[in-house]
Write a new protein. Structure first.
Ligand code: ARG
Length: 477
């Protein structure tokens, strides 16, 4: 028996360095369960087709059960000499059950085997991610509901733009992550196709039945070209792209949490357990979790580029380059899963035992949000719209309000602080503006009036925010 499964045609062993360089067992052993599932489905098909005997199948099933057990108990010895997860398991199987173990690889190659394992593994990861996105969204919905009426300055260019509600702002992230979930679900459809049966690249001469293997393993269909099936990793790239977008959304939210928590802004506080202190500055409470989410987004983006680059120069069919797909893929799934777990928790709440009240981990400082709103002429657009509704062309209204803002700036006050006469005087230069302003203008200059007026699907009016929350909640089930 040669030392390695493939070393029969070699006249010298590989050096230790080459052995270590070419091995993947230390990172692909986490696909052991998928490898065993795939092997069992393959063996059962071989037996059904009369390619191996029923006793062989029974031996393989017994051996695999023991191997599963050994792995679960941490007693399985992974060996560098056996290169990867596939050969390690096959070698142990043969040690346990003899010839039946040697028959398992009939009509199969590690090339279709590994492609199958990755897809099984990734399918599980996607299912976990979909559940976690739902957890995140449910918690964000609850926070948004608590703040459906809470005014916040909406920004463009980080300058105060128009009033929005904090609930509306949070719901933007529910929409983003809903698209993320759609992308993962869509990617899953293409992940869920079976490469097994493609063998090394050209298919196999045995009378195999690929559809039955696909059914047993829960694949929607088989891959229809053997060369493509063993060599493309586009499904992994898609997964990384969906992950990069999800992380980008969470990174934007993180950036906002960090900004809002800065004492210079002071819109929120974050529960202590998501922050850490400084070893030198005793007063510090730093938003480490959001900062790390922002940082880890770079790493996920890097993995996407790594996989795209890995793929772009490969001629058909399988090349060993593809062994390099696993670490970026695993790292991406691990990062996304951990990030979603921690984020769902961070956006969550608990009931305070003493007061019986719900306490959110994101503590909103509504007074500071409202205070910021009165410093940026946030209702200037409302004033322009008011003039338009009274018959002034929009461009003239825009100019009249700009003059009023300049006057307010000179007096260091906000628009609603003017008396009616002062407001009229400020706009006097624009024909037809001053006489159109009446006492009723003060209703639109208030934040509450501005919010309530944006009352259409997708608008920030509290009524619409509540409708958006209800819609999202029912789609989450
Ligand atoms: N460890 C390999 C991988 O991850 C398995 C397939 C190797 N096939 C081969 N002929 N070298 O891609």
């Amino acid at each position: 028996q040669p030392a390695k499964a493939w070393s029969g045609r070699f006249s010298e062993p590989v050096s230790d360095l080459v052995k270590r360089y070419t091995a993947s067992v230390f990172f692909d052993q986490r696909m052991a369960e998928q490898d065993i599932r795939g092997s069992l489905a393959h063996a059962r098909m071989l037996a059904r087709q009369g390619i191996i005997g029923t006793q062989d199948l029974a031996d393989i099933e017994r051996g695999m059960a023991q191997i599963r057990d050994e792995i679960a108990r941490g007693e399985f010895t992974w060996s560098l000499d056996d290169e990867d997860v596939h050969l390690n398991i096959e070698k142990r199987l043969t040690a346990l059950v003899g010839d039946a173990g040697k028959r398992l690889h009939t009509g199969r190659s590690r090339n279709d085997q590994v492609a199958t394992d990755i897809r099984l593994w990734l399918r599980d990861a996607i299912d976990q991610i979909l559940v976690l996105i739902g957890d995140f969204q449910r918690n964000v919905l609850e926070l948004a509901e608590a703040h459906a009426d809470t005014p916040l300055p909406g920004f463009t260019h980080l300058q105060v733009a128009q009033p929005v509600t904090f609930g509306h702002h949070l719901m933007a992230y529910c929409e983003m992550t809903r698209r993320d979930a759609e992308r993962f679900a869509d990617c899953r459809r293409r992940v869920n196709r079976l490469p097994l049966g493609s063998a090394a690249l050209a298919g196999t001469s045995y009378p195999i039945d690929r559809e039955s293997v696909a059914r047993e393993l829960g694949f929607d269909e088989v891959c229809y070209n053997s060369l493509d099936a063993v060599s493309d990793r586009d499904f992994a790239i898609e997964f990384c792209a969906a992950s990069a977008l999800l992380m980008t959304h969470l990174s934007r939210l993180s950036e906002e949490l960090i900004l809002w928590m800065s004492p210079r802004v002071g819109f929120i506080d974050l529960a202590d357990r998501f922050c850490t202190g400084s070893s030198i500055m005793p007063q510090k409470k730093n938003p480490d979790v959001p900062e790390l989410v922002r940082g880890k987004t770079g790493r996920v983006n890097g993995s996407l580029i790594a996989l795209l680059t890995l793929m772009k120069g490969q001629p058909l069919a399988y090349n060993k380059d593809n062994q390099e797909d696993k670490e970026p893929l695993f790292d991406t799934a691990d990062t996304v899963i951990d990030t979603l777990r921690i984020y769902a928790d961070m956006m969550g709440s608990r009931i305070d035992e003493k007061t019986g009240e719900r306490v959110f981990n994101v503590r909103v400082k509504a007074a500071a949000m409202l205070g910021a709103l009165s410093q940026g002429y946030a209702t200037a657009t409302d004033l322009a719209d008011y003039l338009v509704k009274k018959g002034l062309p929009f461009r003239d209204a825009h100019e009249a309000v700009a003059l009023a803002v300049r006057a307010a700036e000179a007096r260091a006050c906000d628009l609603p602080d003017f008396t009616l006469d002062e407001l009229r005087a400020a706009m006097a230069e624009v024909n037809g503006a001053a006489e159109r302003v009446g006492e009723d203008v003060f209703a639109v200059l208030t934040v509450a009036g501005s919010l309530a007026s944006r009352n259409h699907v997708g608008g920030t009016a509290p009524q619409q925010v509540r409708a958006a929350i209800a819609r999202m909640r029912s789609s989450l089930g």
